[in-house]
Ligand binder design. Structure first.
Ligand SMILES: CC(C)(COP(=O)(O)OP(=O)(O)OC[C@H]1O[C@@H](n2cnc3c(N)ncnc32)[C@H](O)[C@@H]1OP(=O)(O)O)[C@@H](O)C(=O)NCCC(=O)NCCS
Length: 191
């Protein structure tokens, strides 16, 4: 399929391109990525170039994974990445460290969910998984209207292929009535 551009009040979500190599390489060297993501580690500029010039365009073309750059203006610098896999309609996201704490990820996630349930045939629900303990990621999912679906057997794939303890959530067209409440066991009460 052809790349789709999405806009929100503060963000433009569009195709990540080779010009974004330096930023992707720098942001993906954040130690949090070693802990919580399956991106290569240590992360190099060659990884970023392969991701941007090979993985991203071919996955859009096949429809296996739709990946957007998060920018604050059209043609602006990449501040993060959000993606949606065909398998399980599972989202993934990260934001460069200096851009966190402004609810940009929540805004991007809301736009991707809204687009997917409206325009990507076969999307009834969007799913989310993270390593158990990734509180920041879970707070973003909660803020974007996901319902916590974590059970004692929820896992996520680790970098070496091992299954690790995980957290999970899902969101349909509109947030479930018990969505916010469902996170209390993991995150405590919403502030
Ligand atoms: C997860 C991540 C994308 C959050 O980015 P962000 O832009 O700061 O998130 P937002 O500003 O949209 O924050 C949404 C909520 O999470 C909270 N939050 C964000 N980072 C947090 C942190 N480190 N600890 C606790 N809460 C956090 C915010 O306070 C906000 O809470 P609220 O809804 O109660 O107001 C970012 O921390 C990141 O890139 N982490 C590394 C990669 C990663 O783990 N990705 C997820 C893999 S599943």
């Amino acid at each position: 399929m052809l790349p789709v551009e999405l806009r929100t009040a503060r963000l433009v979500l569009d195709l990540p391109v080779e010009d974004d190599v330096e930023r992707v390489a720098r942001y993906c060297q954040d130690p949090l990525f070693e802990q919580f993501l399956t991106t290569p580690w240590p992360y190099t500029e060659a990884h970023a170039r392969g991701f941007l010039t090979e993985h991203v365009p071919s996955a859009w073309q096949s429809g296996s994974e739709l990946t957007w750059a998060i920018r604050t203006e059209s043609g602006g610098r990449l501040i993060g990445v959000i993606s949606l896999r065909a398998a399980g309609r599972e989202v993934g996201y990260w934001l460069g460290d200096e851009h966190r704490g402004s609810a940009y990820t929540t805004e991007a996630l809301g736009a991707v969910c809204a687009w997917a349930v409206e325009h990507w045939p076969g999307t009834e629900t969007v799913t989310w998984r993270a390593n158990a303990g990734n509180v920041a990621s879970a707070m973003v999912a909660r803020a974007a209207g996901f319902r916590n679906t974590t059970t004692a057997t929820t896992t996520v794939p680790g970098r070496d292929g091992a299954e690790l303890e995980g957290w999970s959530g899902e969101r349909g067209r509109i947030p479930a009535a018990d969505a916010v409440e469902s996170w209390v066991p993991l995150l405590g009460g919403a502030e």
